[in-house]
Design a protein around this ligand. Structure first.
Ligand code: SF4
Ligand code: SF4
Length: 55
């Protein structure tokens, strides 16, 4: 499972990169919709704060 931690600074880069449009802005960080995520990890490569981790 790929998740976004509190390190997120809400830059939006991951959402723009996701091929499944599985990432949306939450209240204080971006959130991955696990029903849509295909675990491609493209989002992890573009995050400037390494907030996206595999768990
Ligand atoms: S792992 Fe891939 S499909 Fe899942 S949220 Fe990241 S970019 Fe989107
Ligand atoms: S790329 Fe990283 S810092 Fe930017 S919105 Fe996504 S999780 Fe947050």
């Amino acid at each position: 499972m790929i998740i976004i931690t509190d390190e997120c600074i809400m830059c939006g880069s991951c959402a723009a990169e996701c091929p499944e449009e599985a990432i949306d802005a939450g209240d204080d960080k971006y959130v991955i919709n696990q029903d849509l995520c295909i675990q491609c990890k493209s989002c992890m490569d573009v995050c400037p704060t390494e907030a996206i981790i595999e768990k």
